[in-house]
Design a protein around this ligand. Structure first.
Ligand code: TLP
Length: 374
């Protein structure tokens, strides 16, 4: 069977959009935490942001955001980039040469959802390894490292992800990250962390991001997911890394001029949002527990530690696309992530009442579809 995404997850026709840019009333949009809209405070800060030409390093708001991100992560420096994908690609480009291999987990974002940019642009091959719940141990990573023989392509970089999106927001224990870094460094390999949702991981672990990332060579994190900023991600690392990252950002078309307008929202996201992520996690837990009680749906709620819930719908006899398409007209939007996997993600624009409504609708839709399909 060929796989097409659910209608609600396809690119919409701009003419069909409502005029006001907010999640339509009555809709519980659980497709992703990327759908959050900027708060009134962010919009005010954006309107009032001091700006300059960032390609000349003259945007005071961008400079402030970069300094603050570096400080929070305990790194020398940070760089504001338009997207998480660009941040990851920049790091891969800095740490590798054409023809190198990059070790990553099989379902990682860099492997599956970045349009093969590590190959198409950085000239590298992904070497996918498998880890339980998307969290490979050092032993599993090590098995993917190429021997130093001149006719083998060479491993240059290990790319980890935390939280692990497509495994249901699972969380890397810091000791395991550090063990991988220690071994990798002893072999002259670099470690990049796709920390798109690192603040969710920090919330789940009760640790701080500086401590969690102290051994990685570079980290990317997103302002525009759970933290609620409209646009933007950061990469952070040593000074020499960021100097080269700046060059590749420009090469990839990411030199953004008066970007203070969006950095202003990013600063608010960075300061204020981490403190509320536990609410999203509690809502995700509630979703998972409710889903586990719906006949035909399978999930282990114990494994849900952050804001991502992925459940299996095989036993309903319906595909994930069919489930998502059936939910959509009832104002509950979910994302199909594989033929029989549906993802629901909690975030600041979904409250507990929305979660409860989503569960009622999901139960109803699954029950009806089973009756029809029987
Ligand atoms: N993830 C998106 C989709 O692309 C799947 C989502 O809805 O979750 N790393 C990770 C772990 C991500 O989850 C994402 C986006 C990115 C990188 C890329 O970030 P952007 O979308 O800013 O390029």
């Amino acid at each position: 069977m060929s796989y097409t995404v659910a209608k609600g997850n396809q690119r919409v026709d701009p003419d069909q959009l409502p005029e006001v840019s907010k999640i339509p009333a009555g809709v519980v949009d659980l497709r992703s935490d990327t759908v959050t809209r900027p708060t009134a405070e962010m919009r005010r800060a954006m309107a009032e942001a001091e700006v300059g030409d960032d390609v000349y390093g003259e945007d005071p708001t961008v400079n402030r955001l970069e300094r603050r991100a570096a400080e929070i992560f305990g790194k020398d420096a940070a760089l504001f980039v338009p997207t998480g994908c660009m941040g990851n690609l920049i790091a891969i480009k800095v740490w590798t040469h054409h023809g190198n291999e990059v070790i990553c987990e099989e379902r990682s974002h860099v492997n599956l959802y970045e349009l093969a940019s590590m190959s198409a642009i950085a000239g590298c091959m992904p070497r996918a390894v498998r880890g339980e719940d998307g969290i490979p141990t050092w032993r599993q990573v090590e098995a993917g490292i190429r021997p130093k023989i001149y006719y083998d392509s060479q491993t240059a970089l290990i790319c980890l992800e935390n939280t692990v999106n497509m495994w249901g927001g699972t969380v890397y224990p810091t000791a395991q990250v550090e063990e991988i870094c220690d071994h990798a460094h002893a072999m002259d390999l670099k470690v990049h962390l796709d920390g798109a949702r690192i603040f969710n991981a920090a919330t789940a672990l009760g640790e701080n991001v500086a401590q969690m990332t102290r051994k990685v060579d570079s980290v990317m994190f997103c302002l525009s997911k759970g933290l609620g900023a409209p646009v933007g991600s950061m990469v952070a690392g040593r000074k020499a890394f960021i100097e080269r990252a700046r060059i590749y950002r420009k090469m990839f078309g990411g030199g953004m001029r008066q970007a203070g307008v969006i950095a202003a929202a990013g600063l608010i996201a960075l300061e204020k949002s981490p403190g509320r992520l536990h609410i999203d996690h509690e809502n995700a837990k509630r979703l998972a527990e409710g889903i586990a009680e719906i006949p035909g749906l399978t999930i282990d709620p114990k494994k849900v530690r952050s804001n991502i819930v992925i459940f299996d719908c095989t036993k309903t006899g319906k595909t994930a696309v069919e489930i998502c398409d059936a939910l959509h007209p009832h104002g509950v939007w979910a994302q199909d992530t594989a033929l029989y996997s549906v993802r629901v993600v909690t975030h600041c624009d979904v409250d507990r009442a929305g979660v409860e409504r989503a569960l009622v609708v999901l139960k109803d839709v699954v029950a009806k579809s089973q009756r029809k399909g029987a």
